[in-house]
Design a binder for this molecule. Structure first.
Ligand code: FMN
Length: 162
């Protein structure tokens, strides 16, 4: 088992890989749970698949089972408060869930750059995380998408404007 220094060093190193920020919203038995996630990857075009990786002890993991619905909401730069909220801070930013029948019973988050509706296709073991593979069943893009929220080196970032 790697020691804590090595794990911290790994976090600092992989944290140099810049990413976008999403909130995954999953639904089960009429209940909804969101989690901020950057471990999100496009996987396949035919069939159309993507994956995200929740910690096994994250509450959203118990909402994920084959056939259940989730949405991937790609956050806009103005949604940093929403990212913090779904990463479990104490704030309660204004956010609106929009019911989205095409995607099953997991709603999308209004104002996101885009939302991708998925049906859970498979769940694989990934150490202390799960690898949740979703089949893409619905797409929503803002008509005039703004700028993305980014994460790099342990903090939120924006695209440079020059
Ligand atoms: C920018 C950012 C990206 C994150 N990405 C992930 C991720 O991909 N997978 C994960 O399990 N947690 C990720 N987290 C941490 C979770 O959002 C956080 O631990 C959340 O509280 C877990 O849900 P829980 O409160 O139910 O345990 C990320 C947090 C931030 C701020």
């Amino acid at each position: 088992m790697p020691n804590e220094d090595f794990q911290q060093s790994y976090r600092n190193t992989i944290g140099l890989f810049a990413s976008g920020v999403t909130v995954i919203v999953a639904a089960k038995d009429g209940e909804v749970r969101g989690m901020t996630a950057s471990a999100v990857t496009s996987l396949s075009l035919d069939p159309t698949l993507l994956l995200f990786c929740p910690a096994k002890d994250a509450r959203i993991s118990s909402y994920c089972e084959v056939g259940s619905s989730f949405t991937v909401n790609i956050l806009d730069a103005h949604q940093e408060g929403i990212a913090n909220h779904f990463a479990n801070d104490d704030t309660e930013p204004e956010h609106e869930f929009v019911a989205w029948d095409e995607a099953g019973d997991a709603p999308r988050i209004a104002g996101s750059l885009a939302s991708i509706g998925c049906k859970t296709h498979a769940i694989h073991n990934g150490g202390d995380h799960w690898i949740v593979v979703g089949e893409v069943v619905a797409l929503h893009r803002e008509e005039e998408p703004g700028e993305p929220l980014l994460f790099h080196g342990g903090g939120y970032r924006r695209l440079a404007t020059d």
